[in-house]
Design a protein around this ligand. Structure first.
Ligand code: SF4
Length: 391
């Protein structure tokens, strides 16, 4: 099928459907259109479902951990982390009793570290309450748990009738029903939530929700949906109108912020200078070497030498450029970084940074960008240990 390549953020050339006019599927069901929809999805699910380790259980703790990992991580990458996490923290109590630093270290490489901090905080919440919450509302109150995750846990672990609504679900519903209501507005989201709740199969909400998740992730994919082999294709509005690339519809594009860093790996004899990042910015609680950030470009060597934090250090020690214009993508942020190595005198110190033994640096949780710096330093200097890679 030929798909339009129009920008999905431009308003499509058709009027949005009135939400109340959304047609439910009506095939082969003798009036039981909802069960046709659900049966079609569940039949598809039986033969296409992904075999995932957390699908073998109804344990809410395990399901919670898997859902948090999968919030912003692909399944293929998440599985290893899931196994390691469950092995080290098999239950709420072990997670609640751990240090936050250990939790962050185990999370290293997954990104979106607030997930790990929230998991830890929520485990402490539950340890105080003495059990895993049993209702949607109480699950929703856990730190880091939004509507989607609460619905997933409530339905899969406890069989409660709450429909999941995420990017996958928006996509399937928007395309099938031809809904052009913007998914980045409160009103649009409300409509999709109501429709998802109407379609939910209350006989087995957990299985139905997982079928929706897998269908969106594997069949009705963002870029190249498999419409020719889709069991919903006959009644699908987007398929009939060659409009899969237009849906789901978003009202506004989120601006990407560019940030520019110079990272200096400052060695003082057997130590390097590290600091822990503070609150209110990316990578909260993770460690990093000396960093200088500029607004519009990565600082030049001259600017680094003049910088008040580095002036004295760089007057006495040469600056060795390791790599230039390393890029790293975060959601809505594009990071640009230059990497430097400085061999400074043993007594060197910089305000806000601590000297830690270089050979112990792998014990600190670091963001992926810093991990890349460490890997380059190791290659450059043939340092005897290598940083553990989680990618
Ligand atoms: S026919 Fe295509 S667009 Fe419609 S639900 Fe199936 S995969 Fe998605």
């Amino acid at each position: 099928m030929a798909h339009s390549h129009e920008d999905s953020n431009t308003r499509p050339p058709v009027s949005p459907k009135d939400p109340s006019q959304a047609d439910l599927p009506t095939k082969n069901c003798g009036g039981a259109s909802l069960s046709w929809w659900s049966n079609t999805l569940l039949t598809w699910y039986e033969s296409h479902r992904r075999e995932l380790p957390w699908r073998e259980t109804c344990n809410p703790y395990t399901i919670w951990i898997s859902e948090i990992i999968l919030q912003q991580t692909r399944v293929a990458q998440g599985i290893d982390y899931f196994h390691r996490f469950i092995e080290r923290f098999p239950d709420v109590r072990t997670l609640a009793e751990a240090d936050e630093e250990e939790v962050l270290k185990l999370w290293q490489g997954l990104g979106y570290y607030s997930r790990a901090r929230n998991l830890h905080a929520a485990a402490r919440q539950m340890a105080e309450q003495g059990r895993f919450p049993h209702t949607y509302e109480d699950i929703r109150r856990l730190k880091g748990v939004g509507d989607y995750t609460a619905a997933a846990i409530a339905s899969i672990a406890f069989g409660l009738p709450h429909a999941v609504v995420d990017g996958n679900v928006y996509r399937v519903l928007a395309r099938y029903f031809g809904l052009h209501n913007p998914i980045d507005t409160t009103q649009g989201q409300k409509l999709f939530k109501e429709l998802a709740a109407t379609l939910l199969d209350a006989r087995d909400p957990g299985r139905y929700n997982q079928a929706m998740m897998d269908f969106g992730a594997m069949q009705c994919t963002p870029m190249t949906p498999r419409c020719t082999s889709c069991p919903l294709s006959d009644g699908c509005w987007a398929n009939a109108n060659n409009a899969t690339s237009q849906l789901p519809f978003k009202q506004k594009r989120t601006a990407v912020q560019h940030r520019y860093f110079a990272y200096l790996y400052i060695r003082t004899g057997e130590h390097i200078l590290l600091r822990r990042r503070g609150k209110g910015d990316i990578w909260q609680g993770l460690y990093e070497p000396v960093v200088i950030e500029y607004d519009a470009h990565t600082p030049t060597e001259e600017e680094l030498r003049r910088h008040p934090l580095l002036h004295d250090v760089l007057a006495a020690s040469p600056l060795h450029l390791l790599a230039q214009n390393i890029t790293h993508q975060l959601t809505h942020r594009h990071l640009h970084a230059d990497f430097y190595v400085v061999d400074a005198p043993v007594e060197t110190s910089i305000e806000g940074y601590t000297a830690v033994r270089e050979e112990l640096r792998t014990q600190y949780a670091i963001p992926r960008l810093v991990e890349r710096l460490f890997e380059m330093v190791d290659r450059e200097t043939s340092f005897p240990h290598t940083t553990e890679s989680n990618q």
